[in-house]
Design a binder for this molecule. Structure first.
Ligand code: NDP
Ligand code: GDR
Length: 377
């Protein structure tokens, strides 16, 4: 996706034109169609790969940015001019723009809608609370309302909706946390996710929409955003090992998280949408580790001692912290038949391995004078 000419092409430019001119046939009626918001994020990229492998046509809503924001999905992008091969299609929209959501539903006619888009950084939500609520809470409401009005206008009542809920909703409620654990959110992000959760329940009860909440605990991968703690650590491990960096500034090392692999978690999202009845599910590994334990495994894996490199910086502490998250995923195991495949140590090592490779590539650029060691691409 190198030029504006290759930027998202709408269905009206591909499918509809193809039909009108008697060109490529539209998707087979048997091929399921998914609409994914947040397709450019970590989960969006894994979910899209998963759905394409299942034979879906996947439509992703992306927001306009001043630079291309599709790095995580470039490897599965096929130019829409190859209409019969291009099963992932991208369209501009935004969760803050209700009209764009409704129009794309009417054009794409999806069978399944996955709402993954969010301002997803907890600490940042304290700095931009209003915007976070607009995207995370009201954004979900806008999409649910678009689904409701789309169903009312078209009669397409088989459409299914997935809401990306979060273990952050449990906040200060002690573990283990299951579907029946009360929410006590500790950030504007978490409070907004609670609102989105209850909007989803309400649209299911009020209008009979097949709407599910996935209450997912932290899940990571080599595609994790670089300002979340796991990736921040593994990026630093790679760069320190290669000699591009010496210090890593972090906040609270005592928080515990139930960390799984994102690739495993998108399967649980899909499984929820294949059930006979819509419901809410906790998705977790049922194992919890502190940030310090993550540091020990990540640095230890490459023969380094984290204590030689980590500096505590107060700026990374949050006004209210979530101390201890550990999920009880028995319902997902029993009803969905889901279980995680990647364990904690394997996840950490997978991320470190990829970030060592990345640091090696950066080193080549630094040595050739094309990049400053401080600069991270
Ligand atoms: P990311 O931050 O990696 O991705 C967020 C996505 O949302 C990006 O595609 C982003 O676009 C998009 N987005 C942000 N704002 C808007 C907007 N206003 N309109 C449209 N799109 C927008 O998150 P993850 O992939 O990690 O998480 C996916 C979802 O799951 C999120 O809702 C998150 O809150 C939730 N979640 C995540 C967990 C995790 O551990 N990863 C755990 C529990 C829940 P762009 O690329 O342009 O920034
Ligand atoms: P979290 O993830 O807040 O759980 O939200 P994050 O990786 O940001 O923080 C995890 C814990 O690490 C502590 N921490 C730091 N965090 C960051 N980001 N940067 C630091 O330097 C640092 N030092 C210590 C934090 O205080 C926290 O306790 C993620 C997001 O993906 C949400 O969208 C999602 O809903 C939840 O997981 C489940």
């Amino acid at each position: 996706m190198a030029s504006e000419n290759e930027a998202p092409k709408s269905v009206s430019e591909t499918t509809v034109i193809a039909v009108a001119k008697g060109g490529e046939a539209p998707a087979s009626p048997k091929r399921k169609i998914a609409l994914v918001t947040g397709i450019t994020g970590q989960d969006g990229s894994y979910l899209t790969e998963f759905l394409l492998n299942k034979g879906y046509e996947v439509h992703g809503l992306i927001r306009r940015s001043s630079n291309f924001n599709t790095q995580r999905i470039n490897h599965i992008y096929i130019d829409p001019h190859n209409a019969h091969k291009a099963l992932m299609k991208l369209h501009y929209a935004d969760l803050t723009d209700a009209s764009s959501l409704r129009s794309w539903l009417d054009i794409i006619l999806p069978d399944e809608v996955y709402n993954l888009a969010a301002q997803s950084h907890v600490a940042v939500s304290f700095e931009i609370p209003d915007y976070t609520a607009d995207v995370v809470a009201t954004g979900a409401l806008r999409l649910l309302e678009a689904v409701r009005s789309h169903v009312a206008a078209t009669g397409r009542s088989h459409i299914r909706y997935y809401q990306a809920g979060s273990s952050e909703m449990f906040g200060s409620t002690p573990p283990p946390q299951s579907e029946s654990t009360p929410f006590h959110p500790r950030s504007p992000y978490a409070a907004s996710k609670c609102a989105a959760h209850w909007y989803t329940v309400n649209y299911r009860e009020a209008y009979g929409i097949f709407a599910c909440n996935g209450i997912l605990f932290n899940h990571e991968s080599p595609r994790r955003g670089e300002n979340f703690v796991t990736r921040k650590i593994t990026r630093a491990v790679g760069r320190i090992k290669i000699g591009l960096q010496s210090k890593l500034f972090l906040g609270n090392l005592q928080a515990s998280r139930d960390w799984g692999f994102a690739g495993d978690y998108v399967e649980a999202m899909w499984l929820m949408m294949q059930q006979e009845t819509p419901d809410d599910y906790v998705v977790a590994t049922e194992e919890s580790h502190t940030v310090q334990e993550f540091l020990e495994v990540a640095f230890g894996y490459v023969g380094l001692n984290w204590k030689d490199h980590v500096v505590i910086d107060k700026r990374y502490f949050r006004p209210t912290e979530v101390d201890n998250l550990k999920g009880d995923a028995s319902k997902a195991k029993q009803v969905l038949g889901w279980k995680p495949k990647v364990g904690f140590e394997q996840l950490v090592k997978m991320m470190v391995d990829e970030d060592i490779e990345l640091a090696n590539r950066e080193k080549v650029l630094v040595d050739a004078g094309y990049m400053d060691a401080q600069q991270q691409p």
